[in-house]
Design a protein around this ligand. Sequence first.
Ligand SMILES: NC(=O)C1=CN([C@@H]2O[C@H](COP(=O)(O)OP(=O)(O)OC[C@H]3O[C@@H](n4cnc5c(N)ncnc54)[C@H](OP(=O)(O)O)[C@@H]3O)[C@@H](O)[C@H]2O)C=CC1
Ligand SMILES: Nc1nc(=O)c2c([nH]1)NC[C@@H]1CN(c3ccc(C(=O)N[C@@H](CCC(=O)O)C(=O)O)cc3)C=[N+]21
Ligand SMILES: [Mg+2]
Length: 287
Amino acid sequence: MANSAVIIDGKAVSKQTRDNIAVETAKLKAETGVTPGLAVVIVGDDSASRVYVNNKKKACAEVGFYSEEHALPAETTQEELVALVKELNTREEIDGILVQLPLPKHIDEKAVIEAISPKKDVDAFHEQNVGKIMIGNYSFLPCTPAGIVELIDSIGVDVTGKECVVIGRSNIVGKPMAMLMLHKNATVTICHSRTRDLPEVCRRADILIAAVGIAKFVKADMVKPGAVVIDVGMDRDENGKLCGDVDFDAVKEVAGYLTPVPGGVGPMTISMLMKNTLTSAKERAGR
Ligand SMILES: NC(=O)C1=CN([C@@H]2O[C@H](COP(=O)(O)OP(=O)(O)OC[C@H]3O[C@@H](n4cnc5c(N)ncnc54)[C@H](OP(=O)(O)O)[C@@H]3O)[C@@H](O)[C@H]2O)C=CC1
Ligand SMILES: Nc1nc(=O)c2c([nH]1)NC[C@@H]1CN(c3ccc(C(=O)N[C@@H](CCC(=O)O)C(=O)O)cc3)C=[N+]21
Ligand SMILES: [Mg+2]
């Protein structure tokens, strides 16, 4: 008999978080006059970034935040971008600054990220915040990994002692993801493009997290029966349709739990961004 995975509803879980944030935001405004503010900076054009920017704008309006978008041409120089970031650092009404990655090749991403005030770094990409996460003493958690932890909590799966395999070692998803799972007492393996026998390593996973950036990369024979499979990918299939890093239709016959794309990790990332921005605004209000 064919097994069929429980599909984790990221939209529903993220809505709960956003409802709470909306209530807290209204309270903060009423009691202190502070409205959380988020500035998003996008340079040039990137498909995953465009989806993200549009959904963020909607989410800010939903929870009652002030938001502004700075869309800059691909030819923007690093100096111009850093100057904008520094101006946003000084603006009282801006609690969070998010510079969309990837940046055009002529710009050094690290230099731009380090220019963001760590207090307004709602992505938690600044080295000061990354260091805090590593130690386990953080103010902001990285949005995508934090959202994934909430999704796993929502299905009532205890991570302690489990084998967790993360595919991908980027600074924005793979590495911080592995760290959060380690904090949750998983036994963590990180895979990447040089990993030998990747399917075999993946098959060990009780919890498999794919952050590769290749459409339908994770096949059914890479998944242990009953495993929790989390799909971070924001890819395009052969028809240009949004899809994930996991071959959804095949893997759902093997996995115990599976996140869809869209409607899985993406909405959670946005809710965690709202959460970090609210945390920063509370700090400004002295709360
Ligand atoms: N849903 C959400 O909220 C978010 C979604 N995304 C999406 O998640 C995906 C990953 O993003 P990101 O981490 O930024 O991507 P990167 O391109 O920065 O990293 C991809 C990682 O996958 C590894 N990889 C590539 N090919 C293979 C392979 N054949 N076998 C094993 N590992 C491989 C790379 O290895 P190596 O290091 O060796 O090159 C790298 O570590 C993208 O689709 C992105 O759009 C990203 C952020 C948030
Ligand atoms: N500094 C920075 N921080 C990021 O966190 C970051 C980034 N740069 N660059 C791009 C990637 C990608 N990313 C997404 C987050 C949510 C959705 C999202 O909302 N997805 C919806 C899509 C719904 C739809 O429109 O169809 C979903 O999966 O349901 C998409 C993509 C964050 N990223
Ligand atoms: Mg670059």
